[in-house]
Design a protein around this ligand. Sequence first.
Ligand SMILES: [Zn+2]
Length: 406
Amino acid sequence: MSRVQIHSAPWVVPVSGAVLADAGVVVEEGKILAVDRLDALQTSYPQVEVIPHPHAALTPALINAHIHLELSHLGELGKKPPGPSFTQWIVELLYLRDSLGITGPEIEEASLACAEQQYRSGVSILADIGNTTIGGELQQKTNGQVLAYKEYLGLAGFTLEKNLERLGAEPERQRCSAHAPYSTHPQLIQALKSRAKALGHTFPIHVAEPPAEQEMLAQGRGEMVDFVRSRGFWDGSFIPPGHAGSVRYLYDLGALDEQTLCVHAIHVDPEEIQILAGEGAKVCLCAGSNQFLAVGTAPVDRFLEAGILPALGTDSVASNPELSLWREMSLLAESHPQLDPAAIFAMASLGGAQALGLESQRGTLAPGKIADILSIPIPDSVQDPTQLLRYVVSAGSPLSPTRVVL
Ligand SMILES: [Zn+2]
């Protein structure tokens, strides 16, 4: 006979509905059967064992929708002020990566340690973007789940054929992503998107991160063009669309739909937000990385107004001094005090699940979903749901969650 248990706590945060006080989650064989107030559950399940979690809130596990695990050995970059420009930071990243190495046991170890640290902090799913096989190999080694995306880039026409050939030879199970409009040939973006679509994969791409991307698209010049030229990849084959919107550009390429994940999405105008909403495209905010690189702040309130619940991502240690979704939430709470804390917590859970096409299984505490539940210590001074959510999203440092059921 299968084992049914009720996990009870002073607070339950289902995300799919209002916070419940003195409530519980009924779990059977790793699946959620019911979520309700404890007295109601004990009436419906009279013989079932109750496991109490005193001084705690039960929440769904978190989802980090954007990380680069293979850069985990480059933490010194994220600990000092970045260069005067975005492209200078890329130069420093490439230089440090060349000098410390791209693959090897130490880099694998740092990547694994990062993935494990994410898991301990309550993150169960990592959408990992990489240029090596490190992320894919971590899938077997970590407690959490790593969805590894192999990143493609190459703006120059002379790189296109080879990239398309490589892409055509990828096994179907390999998820692939495009780096960014400023670094990836439009035909390569289209090929990556149509392959992802055919295979039912999410298609992540960095979108509208540095302001220089807008200048490049609109005028075909500026800091980014100078950078691409200096690396020998400005060969005249990229024709700027003549307008500044990265989202409009991707829309014109046919690269936006409900399985496209636009990462950063900082410099997007109201019309572009409507395009994203209309196409059902997903957005991932990286507040910590954006703050570190001083590239701007994403219009999170406008996304929410348009019905887009963003996901949250940490990006890598090369652009973020601390990889913690708790800190990402607290940065949003700080910079947007008018935001409903319930919406901020939903971004770290349900938003991530939707972004990665996992919402039927994860992201909320609801019947039928996987019982991947965090128990977060909550001080007794927290008196009501609003205080509770404000406490959780403002804590900043990891709240030492434990997992209730795996
Ligand atoms: Zn990134």
